[in-house]
Design a protein around this ligand. Structure first.
Ligand SMILES: C[S@@+](CC[C@H](N)C(=O)[O-])C[C@H]1O[C@@H](n2cnc3c(N)ncnc32)[C@H](O)[C@@H]1O
Length: 283
């Protein structure tokens, strides 16, 4: 590679770091410990679409144009999700977690990084089918306020319903998926009894503290965007939020094994990344 090319790449990496600092200093969004490759890909993607001349110019826009920041936040969030994503995960929760939750008088669940809510409503459907919904409180959080507004609506495009129905069946659904939504011309809205026990809120896993004391934390496809240090911090947060014997569910691409927090947990279903918090392990 020519000297000029390596210089350009180096300069762009510096500009990206400065942009990330600006986002933090001005708006409090802290992406400094997200994976470098992820940040670079998403920021450059927005840069190429923007028609601006350099990433430095983008810093100026970020400082002055809130609507641009909203777009960038959506880019950096990666809010892709679906109902009953990884159906085998839900089967495992049904078989290995719900029997324990059933023994509790009251159940609290925290979905962290819930995006537009599909994962949370999938859990609500399963909990309802298992007869636990009446005694369950679900907290669903994401740091992106735009996506939380969408999640609250519980309204999804009709063209996704077929895919959701297949995943519901694969996940061991006990009824007809159509029992759970009403449709109009464009969308399907999930029924009110599923929404009743869910509180949606903004919460940033990087900068906010422990959310509540809960029996189950679900945080799937979020930690993959963080570096090791930040993953350890966030898993620590989950450990502090869980009751002894509480469950932690990560996504299939995430792993506790290499975390400094690992001694606090024990695998329940290794393949599905379902762990239980041990009772007393001071770190
Ligand atoms: C790929 S989605 C995962 C959605 C869902 N958990 C699933 O597995 O289908 C990742 C979500 O994590 C959220 N997220 C990223 N960084 C976050 C942070 N620091 N605090 C809270 N949520 C965050 C994003 O806004 C996005 O909605």
């Amino acid at each position: 590679m020519k000297k000029e090319q390596t210089d350009n790449i180096e300069n762009q990496d510096i500009e990206i770091r400065l942009l990330v600092e600006a986002l933090f200093m001005k708006y409090g969004y802290d992406f400094r410990n997200y994976s470098r490759a992820h940040l670079k890909r998403r920021i450059l993607n927005r840069f190429y679409q923007s028609g601006l001349k350099s990433v430095s110019e983008m810093i100026h826009v970020v400082l002055h144009d809130h609507s641009f920041v909203d777009k960038l936040l959506m880019d950096l969030s990666i809010t892709v999700t679906e109902m009953f994503r990884d159906a085998s995960f839900y089967k495992s929760v049904r078989e290995s977690v719900i029997p324990v939750l059933r023994t509790y008088p009251f159940v609290k669940i925290w979905h962290a990084g819930c995006a537009s809510g599909e994962e949370v409503y999938s859990m609500a459907i399963m909990i309802k089918e298992e007869g636990l919904l009446h005694k369950t409180q679900i907290y669903a959080t994401d740091f992106n306020p735009q996506i939380i507004q969408l999640a609250k609506r519980a309204r999804y495009p009709l063209n996704r319903i077929k895919e959701f129905t297949i995943s519901y069946q694969k996940a061991g659904g006990k009824r007809s998926f159509s029992d759970y939504y009403h449709t109009d011309e464009e969308s399907a809205q999930l029924i009110e009894p599923l929404r009743r026990n869910i509180v949606f809120a903004t919460h940033n896993l990087v900068t906010d503290s422990v959310f509540a004391e809960v029996n189950l934390v679900v945080c799937r496809n979020v930690l993959i965007y963080f570096n090791r240090q930040l993953q350890d911090h966030v898993i620590g947060l989950f450990g502090d939020s869980l009751t002894g014997g509480g469950f932690l569910c990560l996504g299939s691409k995430e792993n506790l094994q290499f975390s400094v927090q690992f001694p606090r947990f024990e695998p329940v279903v290794e393949q599905e990344r379902i762990y239980i918090k041990k009772y007393d392990v001071p770190l």
